[in-house]
Ligand binder design. Structure first.
Ligand SMILES: NC(=O)c1ccc[n+]([C@@H]2O[C@H](COP(=O)([O-])OP(=O)(O)OC[C@H]3O[C@@H](n4cnc5c(N)ncnc54)[C@H](OP(=O)(O)O)[C@@H]3O)[C@@H](O)[C@H]2O)c1
Length: 332
């Protein structure tokens, strides 16, 4: 949205930033999953690059997951490909010892390399062994593989759902056409979740599928919600994103787009300061307002604290609207 800031927003822009309060436990906010009786929390921890998988990082990784449990996070996202199975194993270890209990929502993913019906069951069994569970709450197809017809994979997943080894079926990185094809291939259930890259600067893929998901009651999970730390203020003071980040998010951090994105992110940081909230509060609650549930990454316990604290501070709608316009480049 464009136009002049409201008097309230101008007042906020002059007001001194509030000091962050003590870290509160994540509010237990959730929506019902369209399949089964479980609820889907609105904020989750993703375990992709967590700890980077070297042996000495494992203690920090476990501490990060444990901190999330302590802070009230109840949705954990992993995948068979993350750390070649280490992510699932570490999550299983921590959850077994923690008090997250049965209400934790554990989501894992079937690799794009294992979509043939003969591979699906074996992949799930290996994931369940690593997680130390008899069933997974939501099982996502990590990404489609054009060589394997989607209906074949869906039939194999539905069989596992009937056996009770999967609570609900979902997908990730699917186009609208692929979503429709997946949905049509299910007979006794429906797609419960779609996980898609979605943040203030990265919207295209999500916006192409949001109306369909809304219409079908599919929960939209937003990955990379913090734009790899950019929406925490990282890279705004001259430091350049390291090669692995640039490589992962080429669109965002490519040479041609980066200066513009950094300028907009600086404007967002000012907006957040004026509103007395962390920049990450704007990033996370903007997604929530779009109807998506953010799954953030964190590689150390303090990052979990900061993200949970950011979630606990919901910016007013007019601030989120201004953020939307700034991120789209419609306002300075
Ligand atoms: N379905 C898919 O294909 C797919 C693809 C990507 C991700 N995902 C899922 O989504 C999750 C999140 O994705 P993501 O890791 O790209 O998301 P993200 O939340 O945008 O980025 C996470 C990174 O931001 C930095 N960060 C987090 N909290 C911070 C803080 N308080 N202050 C400063 N920096 C902070 C950390 O970087 P450092 O670790 O460098 O400090 C962290 O690793 C993944 O873990 C995974 O579960 C799914």
């Amino acid at each position: 949205m464009s136009g002049k800031p409201s008097p309230r927003a101008r007042h906020r822009a002059r007001a001194p930033a509030r000091r962050p309060g003590p870290v509160a436990p994540a509010p237990e906010e959730s929506v019902p999953l369209p399949v089964g009786s479980k609820r889907h929390p609105l904020l989750g921890l993703g375990l992709w690059a967590l700890g980077r998988w070297s042996a000495e990082d494992e203690a920090r990784t476990k501490a990060t997951i444990a901190r999330a449990v302590e802070r009230g996070v109840r949705w954990f996202d992993t995948a068979e490909v993350y750390g070649a199975g280490r992510s699932e194993r570490l999550l299983g270890d921590v959850l077994r010892r923690a008090t997250a209990g049965p209400e934790a929502l554990v989501v894992t993913k079937l690799s794009w390399e294992h979509l043939r019906p003969s591979q699906v069951r074996a992949s799930l069994v290996r994931s369940l062994e690593r997680l130390g569970r008899s069933a997974v709450d939501v099982y996502l197809v990590h990404a489609p593989d054009r060589r394997v017809p989607i209906p074949e994979t869906m039939a194999a997943l539905e069989e596992l759902l009937r056996e009770g080894r999967i609570g609900a079926i979902g997908v990730s990185n699917f186009s609208l056409e692929q979503l429709e094809e997946g949905a049509a291939a299910l007979h006794g259930t429906q797609l419960a979740v779609h996980q898609v890259r979605y943040n203030l600067f990265d919207r295209e893929e999500a916006e192409a599928v949001l109306p369909y998901c809304r219409e079908q009651g599919i929960v939209v999970e937003a990955y990379t919600p913090l734009a790899r730390g950019l929406l925490h203020g990282r890279y705004l003071d001259g430091r350049r994103p390291p090669p692995e980040v640039r490589q992962y998010a080429q669109d965002l951090f490519g040479e041609s787009r980066l200066p513009g994105i950094v300028a907009r992110a600086r404007a967002l940081r000012e907006l957040a300061a004026g509103a007395g909230v962390p920049l990450a509060s704007i990033a996370l609650h903007w997604l929530r307002r779009q109807g998506a549930a953010p799954v953030f990454g964190a590689s150390r316990p303090e990052q979990v604290d900061q993200n949970v604290a950011a979630w606990a501070q919901r910016p007013p709608d007019d601030v989120l609207e201004q953020a939307d316009a700034i991120a789209r480049g419609e306002r300075a």
